[in-house]
Design a protein. Structure first.
Length: 259
């Protein structure tokens, strides 16, 4: 006798092409020589710009960087990450308040007293366009990695890319056809990341405790040095030093008042 619809649903694995793409995603830092053409970039970005945007502000810009000298300068700011130089295409995703300021000026104002909300809105907009770009590129077989190290020195990056006031690079992105197939990095158990109706703190902390040995096993498998409490150790080691502590002051100089 055929299953009732509810039973059929339970038996079927729910999936789709998009879900499989997302489930297989991993950062790629080594690239084949095959070019990522301007025509491809145009199509990818046109699709990515359909990302949702707060109040239709479209508070982002994307800079394509192909010039090797510019890449070398950006890599120097970004902790000398070789993939910034080697990737066929580097994109800088900017939070951009210039057009919003122009709209203000038409109405007799400027953005000299902009606030945290506007900075966040532009930053979120840039991030959404960035992830959409990543996925649009993936659909053409192009993979890559995001580069937060562009925030190491927002003023130096602005100088290199000729950014006007009220624009900063939220992150960069190296893109190209992959020349490596790294093992996927595990994620924390979703039992502690997905909550039902109310936040479950016990489950959240249990997920973290379960993750340390998982990440350690992953790093052991790929021959990367780690500690027993891999994730909690790394997070503490990196973030207890207050990395990029100058960021708020640097972004204020760029015209973003995160206060
Ligand atoms: C905003 C952002 C900035 C990142 N910056 C860097 C970076 O500067 N260099 C790098 O090698 N990876 C960078 N990554 C990649 C993360 O390290 C990577 O996504 C994370 O370790 C998980 O690995 P996976 O992407 O392979 O799953 C960044 C990721 C994000 C989302």
């Amino acid at each position: 006798m055929p299953d009732a619809p509810e039973q059929r649903d339970r038996h079927q694995t729910v999936t789709s092409e998009t879900i499989e793409v997302l489930k297989n995603r991993r950062s790629i830092r080594k690239y084949a020589d095959d070019p990522v053409t301007d025509a491809m970039v145009e199509v990818i970005l046109e699709a990515a710009f359909r990302a949702p945007t707060s109040s239709n502000l479209q508070a982002y810009s994307v800079i394509q960087v192909r010039d090797p000298d510019t890449r070398a300068k950006l890599a120097a700011v970004g902790g000398n990450q070789q993939h910034i130089i080697d990737c066929p295409l580097f994109l800088a995703f900017c939070a951009d308040l210039t057009r919003i300021e122009a709209a203000f000026q038409k109405n007799g104002h400027d953005l000299s007293d902009n606030n945290m909300e506007l900075g966040l809105v532009a930053t979120i907009d840039a991030a959404l366009v960035g992830m959409s770009t990543y996925l649009a590129a993936d659909s053409l077989g192009i993979r890559g990695v995001m580069i937060g190290a562009m925030r190491n020195d927002p003023e130096a990056v602005a100088e290199i890319l000729g950014l006007p006031d009220r624009v900063y690079v939220v992150f960069g992105m190296c893109l190209g056809y992959p020349a490596e197939a790294p093992k996927q990095k595990p994620r924390m158990p979703k039992s502690g990341m997905i909550h039902h109706e109310r936040y479950d703190l016990e489950a959240a902390l249990a997920a973290m405790a379960a993750y340390d040995p998982d990440l350690r096993a992953h790093y052991d498998a790929i021959g990367k040095d780690t500690t027993d409490d891999s994730w909690s150790h790394d997070v503490h080691a990196k973030f207890s030093k207050r990395p990029r502590d100058h960021l708020r002051a640097a972004l204020k100089k760029r015209g973003f008042d995160f206060t």
